[in-house]
Design a protein around this ligand. Sequence first.
Ligand SMILES: Cc1cc2nc3c(=O)[nH]c(=O)nc-3n(C[C@H](O)[C@H](O)[C@H](O)COP(=O)(O)O)c2cc1C
Length: 115
Amino acid sequence: MVVIGAPMYNFSIPSQLKSWIDRVAAVYRTFKYTENGPVGTAGGKKVVIASSRGGVYSTEQAQVMDFQEDYLRTVLGFLGVTDVEIIRAEAVNMGEDKRATAIHAAKDAISKLAI
Ligand SMILES: Cc1cc2nc3c(=O)[nH]c(=O)nc-3n(C[C@H](O)[C@H](O)[C@H](O)COP(=O)(O)O)c2cc1C
């Protein structure tokens, strides 16, 4: 199992995490091109993404600004990793109450993780 800590930075992911992905997503290592298109070769593992955001992006209107979770799902899928679970804490910078509620909900989701 791989756990990825992924705060949203400017609608996307931190550059440090991007650097890690650039090392991991490498042809012949974690994917290959076939006559039927690219095939991921890094499947067979579970990935848990600990996602946090200062604001809220899970609503229909704001989802278009989410280049964090969608991007991670896309790149992991490209590598063949389809067993991806997202634990999300959002609105963590929108006041103490919202932060506490978000962290409580995320901890609750962690306790329900089927590992
Ligand atoms: C450089 C930087 C960029 C950020 N960009 C966004 C953003 O685009 N949207 C957002 O909701 N929060 C943004 N945040 C807030 C972080 O996502 C939020 O603080 C994050 O969940 C980390 O949690 P922490 O503050 O508890 O460490 C940004 C934070 C930093 C430091």
